[in-house]
Design a protein around this ligand. Structure first.
Ligand SMILES: Cc1cc2nc3c(=O)[nH]c(=O)nc-3n(C[C@H](O)[C@H](O)[C@H](O)COP(=O)(O)O)c2cc1C
Length: 329
């Protein structure tokens, strides 16, 4: 089982172990990413998707999303857009700012993103996708590897993952992450891991599998059935930065390390809250509203979790959150 932890490389960046925190809009912020890294065995983190136009215009809100820090290294910065003229300068800018890896979002299925041809809509035109990716690779100029994150395709009639993966490889990407659901499926129905296997067989660059990994057994099964080089974990890491350490520990020794205690959960949630509030572009109360959704994820496995959640969702300020969590940590 330990072989499932064999490191791999994206360009010349070593990913060790090959357990990766997924890009998640609204969740993959500095607070959670840094907690995942500190808890251990998280080999790579991603930002959530960041609008390339916002990066180019240097809007205040976007600037604040470019919030990765040295202790998270390596962090992949995910950008989205639909035209090379915006994406290339955005890629150059994030590399200038020290992004370890530039990732292109080719999976977001939200209408606001796809209606202009960005996100998962890029899966619908292989030639256009290849031109866009090549422009990003050129803009990164060898200073940072470029990766893409794709879905299976647009819908059942347009399952383009393999073609897109080949085009991305031709255009010079250093790795491909695959979330094997179509844009239409959003998050419904189980992820079809066989698509990951098909992509892995079609390209020589590393392939990262994403979708429905929650346990060490899931991670091992995804590696065995698809041959993927790394496993990405999204929803199961929310409020649970220890998941990478637990999965790696179980793969190494056959038994997972102990679960975090309720005190550790409360202390991590409080630290998350402080880091989030210090870094977010949002002002109270919007910042606290967004944060509440992140914090309730930590209550799983805590005594009187429902009661605690009820208190957290009513918090209106960081002081309220501290008053709830500090006595528990
Ligand atoms: C709330 C949420 C936000 C997400 N945001 C992004 C995103 O910004 N970029 C991206 O490539 N994928 C995004 N995803 C997809 C995840 O990265 C991942 O591929 C998917 O959730 C399947 O993995 P999981 O079962 O481990 O969660 C998001 C998923 C969720 C649930």
């Amino acid at each position: 089982m330990e072989s499932h932890l064999t490191p791999f490389a994206i360009g010349d960046i070593r990913i060790d172990p090959p357990l990766i925190f997924a890009p998640m809009a609204g969740y993959s912020n500095y607070a959670l990413r840094s907690l995942c890294r500190a808890a251990g065995d998280c080999g790579l983190v991603y930002t959530g998707l960041i609008n390339a136009t916002g990066i180019r215009r240097a809007s205040y809100r976007t600037q604040k999303m470019l919030d990765w820090r040295p202790e998270e290294y390596p962090c992949a910065v995910q950008i989205y857009g639909h035209e090379p003229d915006t994406l290339a300068p955005a890629a150059r800018r994030v590399v200038d700012l020290g992004a370890a890896i530039v990732d292109l979002n080719m999976g977001c299925a939200v209408h606001k993103v796809t209606r202009r041809g960005a996100g998962a809509a890029l899966l619908r035109d292989v030639e256009r996708a290849e031109r866009i990716i090549a422009a990003i690779v050129e803009a990164a100029g060898g200073r940072a590897p470029v990766t893409v994150k794709i879905r299976s395709g647009w819908d059942r009639d347009e399952m383009t993952a393999v073609e897109i993966a080949r085009a991305a490889e031709r255009a010079g990407v250093a790795a491909i992450a695959v979330h094997p659901r179509t844009a239409r499926q959003r998050y419904h129905e189980p992820a079809d891991w066989d698509i990951i296997r098909q992509v892995k067989e079609a390209v020589r660059i590393p392939v990262i599998g994403s979708g429905d990994v929650r346990t060490a057994a899931d991670a091992a099964r995804m590696r065995e059935t698809t041959g993927c080089d790394a496993v990405m974990i999204g929803r199961a890491a929310l409020g649970n930065p220890w998941i990478f350490r637990r999965i790696a520990g179980e793969l190494r020794t056959g038994a997972p390390p102990p679960l975090p205690t309720p005190q550790e959960r409360a202390a991590a949630a409080l630290e998350h809250a402080r880091r989030f509030v210090a870094g977010t572009p949002l002002r109270e109360p919007s910042a606290i509203h967004e944060l509440r959704g992140q914090l309730v994820k930590y209550t799983q496995g805590m005594p009187e979790a429902a009661h605690l959640r009820g208190r957290l969702v009513r918090a209106e300020s960081l002081a309220d959150i501290e008053a709830i969590l500090a006595p528990l940590g």
